[in-house]
Design a protein around this ligand. Structure first.
Ligand code: PLP
Length: 427
């Protein structure tokens, strides 16, 4: 491991916090008694998100049906408005993003639209390190075309079990491939793919390409429009802090506007035609076309408040702080936890890593339990990964420092040994 020369004192962490221009945003969140390092699974509640949820409840209470078109946040137009508000997070035009569905549902919708097996071109490229729901959804989309999922779904292998090489993905882009769907950031290793390079390579081969942005949106800047990405989808409950089960988002490049989505419903309609109630769909010519039915107002409402914070703080600033927090965390781990059996599984280069640090240890399950007991909330991913995500909006350098001190004490005192080597139901 590389030797780092950063000061190891708490005082140094406090100095970094004192110089942090985003520090004031921490007070906007409901912090837990424990140090929260799990914002990559579920972001914390902000006061603004709480307020916007209560505002929407209030409009239901006071307006009833009229809440659809009147009040502070008319519900009928909210999915489009939130799409506009989040466009800057992914480098899209306002009409290219819509807040709707969930990650899994949106993937089904986009695959139903953009997976068009024809002649020899029938295969889909994914990877063996993908989040399971993405694989299950693609397998069922292939089956719906009457094809064999085993044959048609190419899962790019990892050379080392941690990372996927872009060259391996590009090498698999043959004339048999109809669609490529990849994560922006891998949920386990935190590896960030080169989205621009992969998009260019896919298009050179005449292949449509889309991305799962769950682990990057809200943490990392994107340039989906500039790079020509065909489509993307993500959840809003991780780095976007929209709350448990918050409605997700999707992006469709404007070159595809006007196309009829694979799955349609009455919310796919042009908005001014929707209530004409005709049986001929006049499809909306924006990403809004990819909606299905009535939006889930109470599950989208916290996003109104949360996105106002992202409008105040450019995503580049959040990325800058996130990179500093995670670099500090890695530097401390290398020195303080040396010789204790840990290894850092995410890439070292800033342009190849996402918002979390992926720490491997043979005793990861038990160490995570000991961390929780000691006032740190980490995240475990089977079989051996401790994910630590210090989030720019609400974590401090002191949080990072304390986390490493606690880890060190747990290892020195073997405090993890009293826990059972078995993962929890949600882990
Ligand atoms: C969190 C996550 C999901 C979750 O999908 P839901 O439909 O919201 O349950 C899917 N894919 C990736 C890569 C994720 O990180």
């Amino acid at each position: 491991m590389a030797q780092s020369s950063i000061p190891l004192t708490q005082n140094y962490a406090q100095q970094l916090d004192a110089a942090d221009e985003l520090a004031k945003y921490r007070e906007e969140f409901y912090l837990l008694p424990s140090i929260y390092m799990d914002g990559n699974s579920l972001g914390l509640l902000s006061r603004r998100a709480e307020k916007s949820l209560l505002d929407v409840l209030q409009s239901w209470k006071e307006l009833g049906i009229d809440g659809w078109t009147t009040g502070e946040h008319p519900w009928f137009f909210l999915s489009e408005k939130l799409g506009e508000m989040s466009a800057a997070l992914v480098g899209a035009e306002p009409e290219e993003v819509i807040v709707t569905g969930s990650t899994t549902v949106n993937l089904h919708q986009l695959a139903a639209t953009f997976y068009q097996p024809k002649g020899k071109r029938t295969k889909i490229i994914a990877t063996e390190l993908d989040f399971p729901t993405d694989i299950y959804a693609l397998q069922s989309q292939i089956k719906l075309h009457g094809l064999d999922a085993e044959e048609q779904l190419i899962r790019i292998a990892s050379r080392d079990g941690r990372l996927i090489e872009e060259e391996d993905i590009i090498a698999a882009m043959t004339e048999e491939v109809a669609l490529v769907i990849l994560p922006t950031v891998f949920y386990r290793s935190g590896q960030l793919l080169d989205i621009e390079r992969l998009t260019k390579a896919a298009h050179e081969k005449g292949i449509v390409i889309g991305f799962d942005g769950c682990h990057s949106v809200g943490a990392i800047p994107h340039e989906f429009s500039k790079w020509g990405v065909d489509f993307a989808y993500w959840c809003n409950y991780k780095y976007v802090n929209g709350g448990p089960g918050c409605v997700g988002s999707l992006y469709v490049n404007r070159k595809h506007f006007g196309r009829v989505p694979g799955l349609t419903g009455w919310f796919s309609s042009k908005k001014d035609k929707q209530f004409a109630m005709e049986h001929t769909l006049d499809v909306c010519e924006t990403a809004g076309a990819y909606q299905l039915g009535t939006p889930h107002m109470l599950s989208v409402a916290p996003l109104i408040g949360s996105l106002t914070m992202f409008q105040e703080v450019p995503i580049e600033k959040l990325r800058e702080k996130s990179l500093k927090l995670t670099r500090y965390l890695m530097d401390l781990i290398e020195v303080e936890l040396a010789g204790m059996g840990f290894s850092i599984a995410n890439p070292q280069e800033d342009e190849r890593r996402g918002g979390h640090v992926s720490l491997e240890h043979a005793e990861a399950v038990r160490i995570c339990k000991a961390l929780k007991e000691s006032g740190i909330i980490p995240d475990f991913r089977a079989p051996n990964i401790i994910r630590l995500a210090p989030v720019a909006f609400y974590n401090t350098y002191t949080d990072v420092w304390e986390c490493v001190q606690v880890l060190k004490a747990i290892m020195q005192e073997k405090r993890y040994e009293k826990f059972e080597n078995k993962r929890g139901v949600v882990a």
